[in-house]
Design a protein around this ligand. Sequence first.
Ligand code: PLP
Length: 241
Amino acid sequence: MGDPRESELAASLALMRERVTAACTQAGRDPGDVHLIVVTKTWPVEDVRRLADLGVRDMGENRDQDARAKAGQTADLDLTWHFIGQVQTNKANSVTRYADVVHSVDRLELVAALERGAGRAGRTVTCLIQVDLEEGPEGSSGRGGALPSQVADLARAIEESPHLRLGGVMGVAPLDRADQRSASMAAFARLAQLHEGLLAQYPDATIMSAGMSGDLEEAVAAGATHLRVGSAILGERPPLG
Ligand SMILES: *Cc1c(COP(=O)(O)O)cnc(C)c1O
């Protein structure tokens, strides 16, 4: 235990696991149904190794260049890489070489690019449809995400792609609202409803990726199966330089 950073991560991870369990208890859910993805973006690959030592298998990243490097440097570990950021079409090929799950599939052009990349790499990539959870007809978050009306077409396109698997849905609650708690609850309720519609047609699309450091309780209450948590475990991110 000579590594103070590992001790720090062990402590914050233990607290996070307690917090998730408490949220599940509160929501009447089985903690075994809620998976924790640790978002390591901006943190060094050494932290990925420490987290792996502490039993974390699911890592999240949002920039291709960083994600590719970290996945490459930890190829000896049996990790699952979740790509959670917007994917530029010209990065799709690269992302399919290491990502097991892409949470941010939001347009048909990207589905086609991911299928080409996964086919070339001889891999199968699980795709989640990111839904824009801003209210209003045209959405406006700027964080990416398909409109609810586009979900059915995206789901069909993913299902028809031999190297892609439809895993479910992903959403980010609108941020900086005066009443953040109720804004997050309303957003996650919309996501859960869309997820239910998708599940009726695609019973294997069981994933609902929602909830971050600040709103995971609301996400668990709405039915999230995968939480994406960064700063509450690793600390406040250093400013991007
Ligand atoms: C950074 C990020 C997270 C993690 O956010 P924290 O507030 O650090 O827990 C989750 N989801 C997405 C899409 C992100 O970009």
